[in-house]
Structures are given as structure tokens and as C-alpha cells.
Design a protein around this ligand. Structure first.
Ligand code: FAD
Length: 390
């Protein structure tokens, strides 16, 4: 018992069995290779199929398409914590990005398209990516400029997207486009499923502070033809499709941040128990001990908030503005906990914390993307204030 255990009231035997299989997958297929993959800036594509074999691609989807039905937010939380144990956000985000790229297909594609595409993604054979952010901005989603103009049974797509995770590797993009050029704000936006191998798409890789093993790309769409049947939801009602994605995405990002904070704490605690200075272990110095306690305290409060949020996400009567606010609070709290724990862990490891190969070094470089991606901290606060009716 380390004081940081999950609250057993929330977890069933199915949850635990799932977590155990993800744990084994991470230990065998990811952890031994993360340093090599991070330096290489990539990892083998076969990992998607291996991840699919333990159910990581099927969370939240029907069993008709190969998914895990009734997989609630606790599954997402357990998957995020177990995946974080390898200490590489780059591998993690790449493998799990389908959980933001695919829900628009699952919920809003025409049945024949959904039945064709979903099983390929859930089996890890095809990769999906979500393309919303543009060079002119990501926070103000309603201001996107990429245009899709209808010509008979196709849309002709022109514009650019940037910072797109799995942008090079993906087989499918779910792309936010402007279909009514005269409409203001959120109106006039649609979501399209785009074959990533279509003519007219140029993909350029981007270099990053962290998440090295993940592919992040800039995309150019130059007269790309997209069949009208690939519209997701209604034309000009794409903003609803985008918003529908955000709750689970943000909860998942919060759970990931918690997982990485926990990894930093465990690495620092382990080091502090072994390292000797001035004739005693680091952990025997009160200042270091208190740092570890501060990490444990932030982790415990974050974990309790995430579990309460996951519980509420599963209760129909609790859906609404308060829940949206709480999910956004969870993302902000969890990313601050990650920031605090990464900083404290690197400090506790001393020079070793600055060396490539320690988990804390990598996680330290990955903090900011968690605080920015999927809704930056400031945007979350604005959303919370609106949901609370200020
Ligand atoms: C590694 C990586 C992977 C990503 N993957 C994807 C992906 O797969 N798909 C995708 O679509 N996008 C992706 N993104 C984009 C990400 O979602 C955006 O970076 C994020 O939404 C912020 O948008 P921006 O970078 O354009 O910043 P901006 O919107 O320009 O904002 C810049 C800063 O100003 C702040 N700010 C903006 N408006 C306000 C305001 N009104 N009040 C106060 N502060 C404000 C923001 O919080 C931020 O701190 C990724 C980003 C990164 C770094």
C-alpha cells in the first residue's frame, strides 16, 4: 500500500483484467524500446495491431465493429495510467490518437462508411487522425479557414492544417472544413472523412520539444476530391461533431497527465531511497522527503478528482454543464500535477534527471504539450466560467 492506490469501489473485475492485459502489453512491447524509438522519432507500425489485440483501439465502440462495448471512462483512465508507465508520451499519443480521430466516424458517418472504416481502425490495420488546428490558430476552432466547395457528388478541399498527430502515417483524416463561406463563427463548419492517400495532399513532418516518437505533421490540401458520402453528420453542423468529441478527449488527456505525474513520482521515490548524500539516503533528508510528499498529495487529489469525474461521466442524470466544467477542471489540475511532479522529479534525480534515458527527463519535455493540446489551460478556464454561468 503506497497511499496512491486507485479507489477500489469504482473498478470491476473486467476493469482489472483489462488493466492487467494492457500492463503486460506495455511491459513486453513498449517499455524495452522507448529510448530507441524516441531517438529514432518513430516506432514500428505493427504496434497498432498489437495494441488492438489487447483492446486499446476498441474502447468506447460497438462490438459489432470489434470494439469493447460498455467501456466507460474508468477503462480510459486505466489504459492511460498503464500506457504512461513506459514513460513515452510520443508512443502513447500516436497509438491512442484514434480515440479523438475515430469517434466522429463512429457517431456521424453514414452506416456503409462506418461499417467499412471502423473495423479497420479498431483492428489496428488503419490509422486515423483528427485535423482541426490550422496555422492561423487552434483555440478558436470556429475561425477555421480550410474550404470545402461542393461540386456535384464531391467536395473540393483547399487549405492547411498543422500540428496533426499521425499526420504522415494516417490512412484517414477527420477534417474540419468551412462549407458555407458566408456563415459566421461556428456556423458553416462541416466534418469530412478524408482518405489520407488522396491526390492533392502534401504532408510535412514537424520537429518538437517532446513526443519525439510521434509523427506530427503540417498538411496542405490542394484541390483534394472528397466524396459527398464522406460527410460526417450534417453539412454546416460540424461544430456539434467537434464538440461531441471534446469531453472524452479531455478526460483521456487528464488521465494521461496523471499517469505521467505518477511515473515521475515513482522514479524520484525510487532514486531517493537509493541515492546517498552526506551519509544518508536522499529520502532521509527532510527537504527531499517533503518534496515527495507534495508530489504524493497532488497525485492523490488529482486521482480522486479523476475518479469522481469518471463516475459522473457514466451517470446520465449528471450530464450537463457542471460535468463539462469538471472535465475541464480535471484537465487543468492533472496537467499542473504533471508539471509539478516532472519538475520535482528532475530536481530529485539531480544531474541524472537531465540525462536522456530517465523517464523524468522525457516527461519534463512533454509537460507543455499536455497543457496546450486538446484545449489549452486558458481556454479550459474560459469554458469552465461559461459552464458555471459567470
Ligand atoms: C504535439 C502537438 C500535437 C497536436 N495534435 C493535434 C491533432 O492531432 N489535431 C489537431 O487538430 N490539433 C493538434 N494539436 C494542436 C493543439 O490542439 C493546439 O496547439 C491548441 O489547441 C492551441 O492552439 P494554437 O497552438 O493555435 O494556439 P493559439 O490558439 O494561437 O493560442 C496561443 C496561446 O494563447 C492562449 N489563448 C488563445 N486564446 C485565448 C483567449 N481567448 N484568452 C486567453 N488565452 C488565450 C492559448 O491558451 C495559448 O496559450 C497539436 C498540438 C501539438 C503541440
Amino acid at each position: 500500500m503506497d497511499g496512491l492506490s486507485l479507489n477500489p469501489i469504482y473498478y470491476t473485475s473486467e476493469h482489472r483484467a483489462f488493466a492487467d492485459s494492457v500492463k503486460r502489453f506495455v511491459e513486453k512491447e513498449i517499455s524495452p524500446y522507448v529510448n530507441e524509438w524516441d531517438e529514432a522519432g518513430s516506432f514500428p507500425r505493427e504496434l497498432y495491431q498489437k495494441a488492438a489485440n489487447v483492446g486499446l483501439m476498441g474502447l468506447g465502440y460497438d462490438d459489432e465493429h470489434g470494439g469493447i462495448p460498455d467501456s466507460d471512462a474508468f477503462y480510459v483512465m486505466l489504459a492511460a495510467i498503464e500506457m504512461a508507465k513506459a514513460g513515452s508520451g510520443g508512443v502513447h499519443i500516436s497509438l491512442m490518437i484514434h480515440s479523438i480521430g475515430t469517434p466522429p466516424i463512429h457517431h456521424f458517418a453514414r452506416p456503409e462508411i462506418r461499417d467499412e472504416v471502423m473495423p479497420q481502425i479498431i483492428a489496428g490495420e488503419k490509422i486515423s487522425a483528427l485535423a482541426i488546428t490550422e496555422p492561423s490558430g487552434g483555440s478558436d476552432v470556429a475561425a477555421i479557414k480550410t474550404k470545402a466547395v461542393r461540386e456535384r457528388d464531391h467536395y473540393i478541399l483547399n487549405g492547411e492544417k498543422t500540428f496533426i498527430t499521425s499526420g504522415i502515417r494516417a490512412d484517414y483524416y477527420t477534417v474540419a472544413v468551412k462549407t458555407d463561406q458566408n456563415a459566421q463563427g461556428a456556423k458553416g463548419i462541416s466534418m469530412l472523412l478524408v482518405d489520407a492517400h488522396s491526390e492533392g495532399i502534401t504532408k510535412s513532418p514537424l520537429q518538437k520539444m517532446g513526443w519525439w516518437a510521434s509523427d506530427t505533421a503540417h498538411l496542405h490540401f490542394d484541390n483534394v476530391k472528397v466524396p459527398v458520402s464522406h460527410l460526417l453528420g450534417e453539412e454546416n453542423a460540424g461544430f456539434k461533431v467537434i464538440m461531441n468529441n471534446f469531453n472524452m478527449e479531455r478526460f483521456w488527456l487528464a488521465a494521461m497527465a496523471y499517469g505521467y505525474a505518477l511515473v515521475c513520482y515513482e522514479e524520484a521515490l525510487d532514486w531517493a531511497k537509493q541515492r546517498q548524500t552526506f551519509g544518508k539516503r536522499l529520502v532521509d533528508h527532510q527537504v527531499v522527503r517533503h518534496k515527495l510528499v507534495d508530489m504524493a498529495t497532488q497525485l492523490t487529489t488529482t486521482r480522486a478528482l479523476l475518479e469522481d469525474t469518471a463516475y459522473r461521466m457514466g451517470q446520465k442524470e449528471l450530464q450537463g454543464a457542471d460535468l463539462i466544467a469538471q472535465i475541464s477542471m480535471s484537465k487543468n489540475i492533472a496537467t499542473c500535477t504533471m508539471q509539478f511532479c516532472a519538475d520535482a522529479a528532475v530536481q530529485t534525480l539531480g544531474g541524472m534527471g537531465f540525462m536522456r534515458g530517465t523517464k523524468s527527463e522525457r516527461i519534463y519535455r512533454e509537460v507543455k504539450v499536455n497543457m496546450i493540446g486538446g484545449g489549452a489551460e486558458e481556454i479550459m478556464k474560459d469554458l469552465i466560467s461559461k459552464q458555471l454561468g459567470y
